[in-house]
Design a protein around this ligand. Structure first.
Ligand SMILES: [Ca+2]
Length: 392
């Protein structure tokens, strides 16, 4: 028996390709079963996302399979050293597989690791909705309110064709529920499905990897977020990420009103420089894009927190049900007839990109002008927890 265990360990140290795999932003995944202790697995990987730092970290998430067919997320609570990573390079994390509910682990275990760029948004109030400065023009933004979100992370980019394809392949047969053949459109999305029912495989049309995924419904988006251990942003989180709290253009109730567009208050085409992908009339493609643009194509014009493409490209799904007026203090309605979308799109005029502009969408329909990005609540720092305890 001892010999077998040793052999298994050796095999795992030189594990064949295909047992472990790095998705978007990750390569050279290797696992060591029984390291550093028999009840743990060490997962080594290389993080290739170069532009990350403390304020703009990578979110790293892992999944495992015991049979190569069914995949499960390795939850954050079972993983040490994963989740938020602030520099690129060689990394490792430790999986406490007992905490994942497993009684034993064999050398058949497979692990996938992927990453996603995020931006940190600190806790604190901001001004939401239309203000005297006129930061929203349609859909009854109502009186400005100043919700106070906790700290959170929001996806730097819209979820891409490449990332969504990873999800579809990994959820196997269930992927069929979250795919629509319109996603095969090579100008507007770019995921094709091959194989028979029950054995589908999904492929990215070459060149479409970094375009945002379209023809996803709100429900598809929610499933993707769950798969990644994330969630959709609330409407107020979305808007804070877009406008910030700068007082350069005034304050309201003592809080900076932020910007009119994610990049500032200059018009979308000031000095002949296009800052986002909108529908213009005429000519339609003056900003360089007739349909969607690759994520980050306007990266000089990111939001105050570094978030790309919040204006234009695709309307973005929020977690919240839509109500015509905000309540004050802000609280999204319990139910509604549709959910909130934000930011405008490639087929909507530039007013869609004003930070206060709101739209409403059905939860189940799929269009070529809607997409999404993920969000995550930021963990309270241990020091802050301690401080609260002491105060009590
Ligand atoms: Ca355009």
């Amino acid at each position: 028996m001892k010999y077998k265990a040793l052999l298994a360990t050796l095999i795992c140290m030189f594990i064949p390709i295909g047992w472990v795999w790095g998705g978007y932003g990750v390569s050279n995944v290797a696992i060591m079963i029984g390291k550093p202790t028999p009840d743990k697995v060490t997962i080594k990987y290389e993080l290739n996302l170069k532009e990350i730092d403390n304020q703009h970290p990578a979110y790293v998430f892992a999944r495992y399979s015991l049979d190569g067919i069914k995949w499960k997320p390795i939850e954050e609570k079972c993983l040490t050293g994963g989740s938020i990573v602030t520099s690129p390079g060689k990394k490792e994390m430790v999986w406490n597989w007992g905490a994942s509910g497993l009684k034993a682990i064999t050398d058949k275990v497979q692990v996938h690791v992927s990453a996603m760029e995020m931006c940190f948004v600190p806790a604190g109030p901001f001004i939401m909705g239309n203000t005297p400065a006129g930061y929203g023009t349609i859909s009854h933004p109502g009186n400005p309110v100043n919700p106070e979100n906790g700290a959170y992370y929001i996806g730097k980019y819209l979820v891409t064709v490449e990332q969504y394809c990873e999800f579809l392949n990994e959820v196997g047969n269930k992927g069929a529920e979250w795919y629509h053949e319109k996603m095969g459109d090579k100008e507007k999305c770019g995921i094709v499905r091959e194989g028979k029912r029950g054995q589908y495989a999904y492929k990215v049309i070459p060149g479409r990897e970094r375009y945002p995924v379209t023809y996803v419904s709100w429900k598809d988006a929610v499933e993707f977020c769950k798969w990644a251990g994330l969630r959709l942003p609330s409407e107020s989180e979305w808007e804070k990420a877009a406008r910030g709290t700068s007082n350069k253009y005034g304050t309201y109730k003592g809080v900076g009103v932020g910007f009119k567009y994610p990049w500032g208050n200059e018009e979308y085409n000031a000095n002949g420089v296009y800052r986002a992908n909108f529908l213009e009339n005429p000519p339609n493609a003056a900003d360089g894009y007739k349909y969607t643009s690759p994520v980050g194509a306007f990266s000089k014009f990111n939001s105050p927190y570094g978030v790309a493409d919040l204006a234009g490209n695709l309307w973005e799904y929020c977690q919240d049900w839509y109500a015509e007026q905000y309540s004050n203090p802000h609280k999204p309605p319990e139910r509604g007839s549709g959910i909130v979308v934000r930011g405008g799109s490639w087929q909507y005029p530039p007013m869609g990109g004003l930070v206060g502009t709101r739209g409403v969408e059905d939860r189940e329909l799929r269009f070529d002008y809607n997409g999404f990005r993920c969000a995550k609540t930021a963990a309270t720092k241990p020091s802050e927890k301690e401080e609260k305890k002491t105060k009590r």
